[in-house]
Design a protein around this ligand. Structure first.
Ligand code: FMN
Length: 127
């Protein structure tokens, strides 16, 4: 069964951007990506693939600890009590510079130096 479904899927379809958090020796490190970029490549099974243009510190962190957390949110999706829902996505990730995911990224984002491939382990609503 896909890990991102139901309300979390709706939020991913609507989110404007996403925050991506990795852990380094010096603590948490947050970077961004656009919801539109995630939707351009599509969520396939448990995989989210994003274009990596920079993400040098993120890559360094992932080599030591591949755990990653993503936060997506949209006011357009109903929360349990009011308009707006967010979803915390937990998984593992790596930046690849060859293979299927990289080719898919390069075809849509020629400026990318790599593909950030996130394997989703869990997705949970926050509101
Ligand atoms: C909304 C948003 C979208 C972004 N999209 C991308 C992106 O698609 N690819 C990318 O490499 N950096 C993107 N960035 C920039 C990175 O978050 C930023 O350059 C980051 O500091 C670089 O990663 P690093 O600190 O791990 O080296 C985006 C930033 C924001 C705020």
């Amino acid at each position: 069964m896909a890990k991102i479904e139901g309300t979390c899927r709706e939020v991913c379809e609507a989110t404007e951007f996403m925050a991506i958090v990795t852990s380094g020796d010096d603590g948490p490190h947050v970077v961004g990506n656009w919801g539109h970029y995630m939707r351009t490549l599509g969520i396939k099974g448990d995989l989210i693939v994003l274009p990596a243009g920079r993400y040098h510190k993120t890559e360094q962190n992932l080599r030591k600890n591949n755990r990653v957390q993503l936060l997506v949110a949209s006011k357009a999706v109903k929360g349990t009590r009011s308009p707006g829902q967010g979803c915390l996505i937990t998984g593992t990730a790596e930046i690849v510079s060859s293979g299927e995911a990289f080719d898919a990224v390069k075809a849509k984002f020629p400026w990318a130096r790599g593909a950030l491939v996130i394997r989703v382990l869990e997705a949970a609503t926050q509101l």
